[in-house]
Design a protein around this ligand. Structure first.
Ligand code: HAM
Length: 422
């Protein structure tokens, strides 16, 4: 959990604007679902044995019969919201939604793992074909390009097969892992019974040797599932979208079928800090009690992406920093005039920061400089006596003769239009 202070806001705004623009350009519409959800929704779908549910769910004592928790992710809430409104029934109408907001997982806090973090994500409901998986990957790629991080990320993909295929493979893998129990860590031993596929994703020491001889998932993938995945890969190949296949990519949530993927920082071969993950979840709607409806989607961790973005963004700065020095500021009528002038400038379309301290002239210009304003407008004793105001361009340092206060707006207009303030 951490605060996002003003200095970081411009980066956040840049990310938020890029995310919105990309979703708009693919025809996705925003949903905002509550932070609090019924706990059983996640137990039924994310997987009763997944880390998220067994260790990481923030339960809330809501004093009701049905337990409530803070949402750990956005897919289940988005699908629930669409299902509640009956929007998954019409097979001809595909649903495209996106979201952005805080998520909560009771992780052991460490770099890149927060207990309150933010995700943006998109879900495409109703399309069973590979083209939906492609669209989601293209959407991600468009966002990375817009944020200037495309060449720092690598796409890793895998095929988990249909539900039955995955189950059959899990059984075979369980048998194999049980035979190698002595070589597994305590954490992995627990996973063998609960969800053996998670062992493939393990980062525990010594696991690579055990898995080197493990049965391969590909043996259990049927023709239909293979064709789906091949079409997906074919599109990526033909359209120059670099990717790497990794049959150990299984994802931490249990609702996935067929295509799964992660975007990881290049060079992070153990996939420890994926910035984005997603895939297909054709059984999820049904598990939520809705009509069956295929779905595919992605979600990305905002904090992890911000770390990759270049900080050198434009800071939003006021056009004008305005104030009064010394004794002039002591006078209530002057302070009222200061507020009025600030407001006149704003109504004319300028952004204004009003200096609300009694300052000497040197400190006034120091504060104006810190604000980043393009112009500094100042009423000192001499100006006050003549109802004038001095305006200085902070970039050029040029300060012309004072102008009547009534002409402030016009003068600021001409100075900023002429680019003098730049
Ligand atoms: P996920 O892989 O659990 O997938 O999370 C997606 C992304 O959220 C991760 O790649 C990571 O960047 C970020 N993230 C997850 N946990 C944390 C944390 N504790 N601290 C910081 N960042 C974190 C999902 O949540 C799925 N709902 C994605 C999806 C959408 N699948 C289909 N549609």
């Amino acid at each position: 959990m951490h605060d996002v202070m003003p200095e970081q806001q411009d980066l956040w705004h840049r990310l938020e604007a890029a995310v919105k623009a990309a979703h708009d350009s693919f025809g996705y519409r925003r949903v905002r679902t509550p932070v609090l959800e019924h706990e059983d929704l996640f137990l039924r779908t994310v997987g009763g044995e997944s880390d998220i549910v067994t260790k990481e769910l923030f339960s809330v004592d809501a004093r009701g019969k049905r337990k409530v928790c803070m949402r750990p992710e956005g897919t289940v809430p988005a699908v629930r919201a669409l299902a509640n409104l009956g929007l998954l029934r019409d097979k001809k109408r595909k649903r495209r939604v996106w979201y952005m907001g805080p998520m909560f997982r009771r992780e052991r806090p460490q770099r890149g793992r927060l207990r309150q973090f933010h995700q943006f994500g998109a879900e495409l409901m109703g399309v069973a074909g590979f083209e939906a998986d492609v669209e989601i990957v293209l959407l991600c790629a468009a966002i990375w390009r817009e944020l200037g991080i495309a060449d720092r990320l690598e796409l890793v993909v895998n095929n988990l097969g249909g539900l039955e295929e995955r189950r059959a493979y899990a059984e075979e893998l369980r048998g194999y892992l049980a035979s190698r129990e002595g070589s597994l860590s305590a954490t992995d031993r627990m996973r063998v019974n609960a969800n053996p596929l998670r062992v493939l994703d393990s980062k525990e020491e010594g696991i690579d040797e055990v898995l080197a001889e493990a049965p391969a998932m590909s043996k259990h993938i049927g023709d239909k599932s293979q064709r789906h995945f091949d079409s997906f890969l074919g599109f990526l190949d033909d359209n120059g979208i670099d990717h790497r296949e990794d049959d150990r990519l299984v994802r931490g949530l249990e609702y996935y079928t067929l295509t799964v993927f992660e975007w990881i920082p290049k060079g992070d071969t153990r996939r420890q800090s994926a910035v984005c993950g997603g895939g297909r979840y054709d059984g999820l709607a049904e598990a939520l009690g809705s009509d069956p409806c295929p779905g595919t989607g992605m979600a990305a961790g905002v904090e992890r992406i911000l770390e990759m973005m270049d900080g050198g963004t434009e800071r939003s700065v006021p056009d004008v920093y305005i104030g009064m020095t010394g004794q002039v500021y002591e006078d209530k009528a002057s302070r009222i005039r200061l507020l009025e002038m600030s407001e006149q400038l704003r109504k004319a379309g300028f952004s204004v920061e009003t200096c609300m301290t009694r300052v000497k002239i040197s400190l006034f210009f120091q504060l104006a400089n810190e604000s980043g304003a393009r112009l500094a407008a100042l009423v000192g004793k001499r100006e006050q006596a003549r109802k004038e105001i001095s305006i200085k361009s902070m970039a050029t340092g040029v300060q012309d003769d004072p102008v009547p206060q009534d002409e402030l707006v016009d003068r600021v207009k001409s100075m900023l239009k002429l680019g003098e303030g730049n």
